[in-house]
Structure formats: C-alpha cells, structure tokens
Design a protein around this ligand. Sequence first.
Ligand code: IMP
Ligand code: MG
Length: 192
Amino acid sequence: MLPAFEDFEPLFTAEEIQRRVAEMGREITRDLEGCDDVVVVGVLKGAVVFMADLIRHLPQDVVSCDFLRLSSYEGTQSSGSVRFDFDLTQPIQGKDVLIVEDIIDTGLSMSFLLEALKPRSPKSLKIATLLHKPARQQREVQIGYLGFTIPDRFVIGYGLDLEGKYRNLEYIAALRPEVQAKLTPRPEHDYG
Ligand code: IMP
Ligand code: MG
C-alpha cells in the first residue's frame, strides 16, 4: 500500500536546507580555487532541485552543467544493477567534474557512476550529495561534500520522490517510523 502524505513528518525545513546548501557551495568554491573548467553533473531526476540551488553558490565564470540519468535493471528498487538511461552530452577528459546527487542510499548507483566516469580521464572527480543513509549502504563511496546524514527512513521533497511525486516540496519529510515498520516492501521511488 502507498503511504499517504499524512504518514510523513518534517525532517529538514526549507531554511535548514538553504543554509546547508550555501555552506556546501562555499566549501566547494574554496576547493575550486585555480580550476578553470568545472563540469557539474546532475543525476536526474532527484538531484535537480539541489543542483539548481547549489550551482548558484558556485563561481559563475568556470562552471558548466550537464546531466545524466541512471536506471536499475531490476525494477525501481535500488537493489539491482545499474546502467545509463542517458549519458553526458560532452567529453570530460581533463575537466574537474562534480557529480551532484540527491541521496546516497545503497551506494550502488554512485559506485557504478564513478567506475563509468573514471576511464574518461577527468582531471578530478568528486561527489556532492545532499543526503546519506549509511544504514543501507552496500558499496563504499567516497563522498566529497555531504549535506546531512540521515537514519534509515524513506524521505521525500526537495527533489526526492514517492512514486514520482512530491519532488517539488520545499522541505524534506521522512516517513514516520511506525508507518515504515509496517510497510513491506519499502515504499518505491523513481530510480533517479
Ligand atoms: P542508491 O541506492 O544509493 O543507488 O540510490 C539510488 C537512488 O534512489 C538515489 O539517487 C535516489 O534518487 C533514490 N532514493 C534512494 N533513497 C530514497 C528515498 O528515501 N526517497 C526517495 N528516493 C530515494
Ligand atoms: Mg538520485
């Protein structure tokens, strides 16, 4: 059964998110000192809201944007093997690449993506993720920039979906633990 909106409770307010995203932007900007060709890669669809806010805190004269989309072979659960749904529009050889992701859950999609992009010889390759759910991690992924660590709760809002909906909430909400405990299987999200 699909959880209802009432089954969720606020986890991070819009103000908390904006404050953290600005801090991340300042940290990334410091690290980009001396870089003159930075490609910010958004992983569709979940990263789009975070990326839109984050890039406005990055230096204007060196940053370009690109997108890719991943999907899972085995349905929408984040348990299957991963492949490109569509790929970048440009080569990244010799460029500083910053992957922007909404959440690292099992880590399967980010470990796949890092392995897929490394052979293209970027000058550097780092991940900025808004959320990390370490309890569910199956693959170790090195996170360059992290917004918030969260417990093992299903979250929606600020780009994250429940069956495609709620990406446009300004805040992040989490499924109430007592509701999540009763639901098997876990609620589903679009893979991205
Ligand atoms: P992975 O399990 O780390 O490979 O995550 C795959 C993708 O599933 C993430 O990039 C998110 O877009 C999505 N996802 C994972 N956990 C959640 C969640 O709690 N809510 C909504 N989407 C999620
Ligand atoms: Mg995602």
